[in-house]
Design a binder for this molecule. Structure first.
Ligand code: BES
Ligand code: MN
Ligand code: ZN
Length: 503
């Protein structure tokens, strides 16, 4: 699908569907304000329809109507974007996402959309949000659709979507596209089966991205990991015939100093499949475990668009890729692993493997020169029990970092909730023969997991995002189908771009 812009003629253009943003009943007048392009009689008709259908214009809700030939457009799709006095980029993204899905479902091929209103004078950010919303709303993972399904879906594809409004900035389109591209990459990787997305295959994907997007990359194989002393990643991957990889990516802004003052280190958990190892999971528990590499996927996705978006901050990424399987070589409960910083880890559960690979990744990122660390991981079932589906648990040793991440999440429309790091709970992970145990039991399970990681944060400002409940969704929504969600890509992009024209 092509996305284009035009300065006028939304109503006059013949098309299959016309998308009009609507702020709902309480803001019927806003239809006029938002859609300045609409002729008065059309505006009145839309307002009457909105009232008659009691359409509240909630973000992500749509009202789809045939025009019975009274407009050049065959169908009118009203996109709810939220209350007129409380508009957000996220509400706009959801509205256009849902409307685009609805138009595609109705078989539309040529679509015209009235551009969203400017928010606080910023028309670039709302148009970018609308573009991201459309792309994410239309996202599908079709790599494994058989021929029957392809034929069934084939005709349902929007060919062109034209945003109509005055002085629409092409840079907004490019920005919206880049954000959606990153989120879609993270979704694709999460949705890909573990049989094809092995640690080495993930490293290959990272190599392609790095070459295309102007990033430096280093891929460490088993031998290099042994030289480095990355014993934890090696232990977790030992039971698999697909050996582990540590992927280092490096982004420096154009014209950056050789030794930048600030380097954000992002560390992603990429367990390409988590059986639990000898502490084996149940049937139910194993079902979604091809997605246990979502932290690494989001890390690669974020890195993939930093140059296009003109990110002003240096970023070093570390992706810890391994498969947690069973064999005669697999690690066992009772084993002790010496971490790269000398801290020894006593294995209680081979299913608490994420914190082990991150232990090596965090120390590696710190050694490479990060000045702050953010790790992303589908780390604990306990965070899902605590916060429910769809919310990311944020743990941080540093309030500045925590608050900036929370602000970025709220701007990006991803739900985050800060969790405590009660130091007393370190008692629960005190080791018997090693320094720390890799499981602190059920109570406070996501907190003890975070405290474990803190032992490898090397005194740097550090944040840990537990995305076990948010990296995938079971429900189709305005911003896409069930499966990989791409969380927390949008938040991290917002965080890294804060203070720039792109944020
Ligand atoms: N990958 C899982 C966590 C997970 C659970 C992610 C559900 C997504 C959905 C992780 O490796 C794990 O198994 N954690 C254990 C830790 C326990 C053994 C201390 C858990 O949460 O049960
Ligand atoms: Mn596990
Ligand atoms: Zn896991």
């Amino acid at each position: 699908m092509e996305i284009e812009t035009r300065s006028e003629g939304a109503i006059e253009t013949a098309c299959d569907a016309l998308i009009v943003p609507v702020s709902g009943r309480s803001g019927v007048e806003a239809v006029g304000g938002l859609a300045s392009d609409l002729a008065p009689e059309v505006r009145d008709a839309v307002a009457a329809l909105v009232r008659a259908a009691r359409f509240a214009g909630k973000p992500g809700s749509v009202l789809s109507l045939t025009t019975l030939g009274r407009l050049p457009a065959g169908r009118l799709v009203l996109a709810g974007i939220g209350e007129a006095d409380g508009l957000t980029d996220d509400g706009i993204a959801r509205g256009y996402g849902a409307a685009a899905r609805e138009a595609r479902e109705a078989g539309a091929r040529e679509v015209v959309a009235v551009a969203p209103p400017a928010l606080g004078g910023d028309a670039v950010s709302t148009l970018a949000a609308a573009v991201t919303g459309v792309r994410l709303g239309l996202y599908e993972f079709t790599a494994y659709h058989g021929s029957a399904r392809q034929e069934e879906n084939g005709p349902k594809e929007i060919e062109r979507l034209v945003f109509v409004g005055e002085d629409l900035d092409p840079a907004a389109i490019a920005r919206g596209e880049a954000v959606a591209k990153a989120v879609s990459l993270a979704r694709d990787l999460v949705n890909e089966p573990a049989s094809t997305l092995t640690p080495a295959a993930l490293a290959d994907r990272a190599l392609e991205v790095a070459e295309r997007e102007g990033l430096e990359i280093e891929i460490l194989d088993e031998a290099a990991l042994a030289d480095l002393g990355a014993n934890a990643i090696l232990a977790v991957g030992a039971g698999s015939s697909h050996p582990p990889r540590l992927i280092r990516l490096r982004y420096r802004p154009d014209g950056a100093a050789a030794e930048p003052e600030r380097v954000v280190g992002i560390v992603g958990k990429a367990i390409t499949f988590d059986t639990g190892g000898y502490s084996i999971k149940t049937y139910e528990g194993m079902l979604q475990m091809k997605g246990d590499m979502a932290g690494g996927a989001a890390t690669l996705a974020v890195m993939s668009v930093l140059r296009r978006l003109g990110c002003p901050v240096a970023v070093d990424a570390t992706i810890c890729a391994a498969e947690n399987m069973i064999s005669g070589d697999a690690f066992r409960p009772g084993d002790v692993i010496r971490g790269m910083n000398g801290v020894t880890m006593e294995i209680l559960s081979t299913d608490a493997e994420g914190r082990l690979v991150l232990a090596d990744g965090l120390v590696d990122a710190a050694r490479r020169g990060a000045t702050e660390l953010i790790d992303l991981a589908t780390l604990t079932g306990a965070i899902v029990v605590a916060l429910g589906d769809g919310t990311t648990g944020l743990f941080a040793s540093d309030d500045r970092l925590a608050n900036d991440l929370l602000a970025a999440a709220s701007g990006a429309g991803e739900r985050f909730w800060r969790m405590p790091l009660f130091a007393e709970l370190n008692e629960k992970i005190k080791g018997d023969i090693g320094d720390i145990k890799n499981s602190g039991g059920r109570a406070g399970g996501s907190i003890t997991a975070a405290l474990f990681l803190q032992h490898f944060s090397e005194g740097l400002p550090w944040a840990h995002l537990d995305i076990a409940g948010s990296a995938r969704t079971d429900r189709t929504g305005p911003l896409g189908p069930k499966g990989g969600s791409g969380v927390p890509v949008r938040t991290l992009l917002q965080y890294l771009l804060a203070g720039t024209a792109s944020a």
